[in-house]
Design a protein around this ligand. Structure first.
Ligand code: DX5
Length: 246
């Protein structure tokens, strides 16, 4: 069985310091998905997050492994799948086969989180764990050895275009401390309402990966401008990335 956590050090994302800007494709024109993901690569995003929703765990229905596989041949960007579904175990293997390097399981979605995260590694992927706004950091501290990313939702999952929850920043600080206590470099990702007027404070609270949908797709100056503006502001918020790498 592969050593899931150690894979992180060899991943292409791992080395360069600084924040990561990740595209949520929820606002994309799905009738032109291949062109849309190629445009995101040209805009300079670091990787793509697929919001897999089943209209059960969240009140929305989106796409699954077949759509991800269809987009796979249109870009070389890394993919991750965020499983907002009531039965994540059945989709873990298919998402890895569809081309996702990482699969993110919600702590609230499974009776055996540890087993589900091990299942991601057994399927050949890297595991991430996500928390809805009401879920405390304590819910994931016992599985940090199995993941290379922790996702703190900054909206209640299900839709794009929602308002950022600044009330999640104390939780981000707690999560950042728990991650640093492991001695390993684990990404701290935020998702929901990330925009020029929200990214600096959540970067300052400890996040270093920023998922964005509306800001990227609706910037009147185009996605490349949006990525650069968010990356510059996040860098301001984080301060000296070398501080974070110790
Ligand atoms: C919501 C999704 C997010 C969403 C982000 O449940 O997980 O990825 O698409 O969209 P914005 O950036 O518009 O809040």
């Amino acid at each position: 069985m592969p050593e899931p956590a150690q894979q992180r050090t060899s991943s292409p994302e791992a080395t360069a310091p600084g924040p990561r800007i990740v595209a949520s494709v929820l606002p994309a024109d799905l009738s032109r998905l291949g062109e849309e993901v190629a445009a995101l690569e040209a805009a300079g995003v670091d990787w793509i997050q697929w919001d897999v929703m089943d209209a059960c765990f969240v009140p929305n229905l989106t796409f699954g492994p077949d759509v991800i596989a269809a987009a796979r041949r249109h870009t070389s960007l890394p993919f991750e799948a965020q499983l907002m579904v009531a039965n994540p175990d059945v989709l873990i293997g298919p998402c890895v086969e569809a081309g996702c390097e990482r699969v993110i399981v919600h702590a609230e979605s499974t009776h055996n989180l540890h087993r589900s995260l091990m299942h991601v590694a057994e399927s050949g992927g890297r595991a991430g764990v996500a928390m809805n706004p009401a879920t405390p950091v304590e819910a994931v501290v016992n599985v940090l050895d199995l993941v290379d990313l922790v996702l703190v939702m900054t909206v209640n999952p299900g839709f794009g275009g929602q308002a950022y929850l600044a009330t999640m920043e104390p939780k981000l600080r707690l999560a950042r401390s728990a991650l640093e206590a492991t001695g390993r470099r684990i990404w701290l990702e935020v998702d929901g309402g990330i925009a020029p007027d929200t990214i600096v404070s959540c970067a300052g609270a400890g996040a270093d990966v920023f998922v964005t949908g509306s800001t990227l797709f609706h910037d009147p100056r185009g996605p490349r401008h949006a990525v650069q503006e968010l990356r510059d502001l996040a860098t301001q918020g984080i301060g000296d990335p070398a501080f974070r790498m110790r």
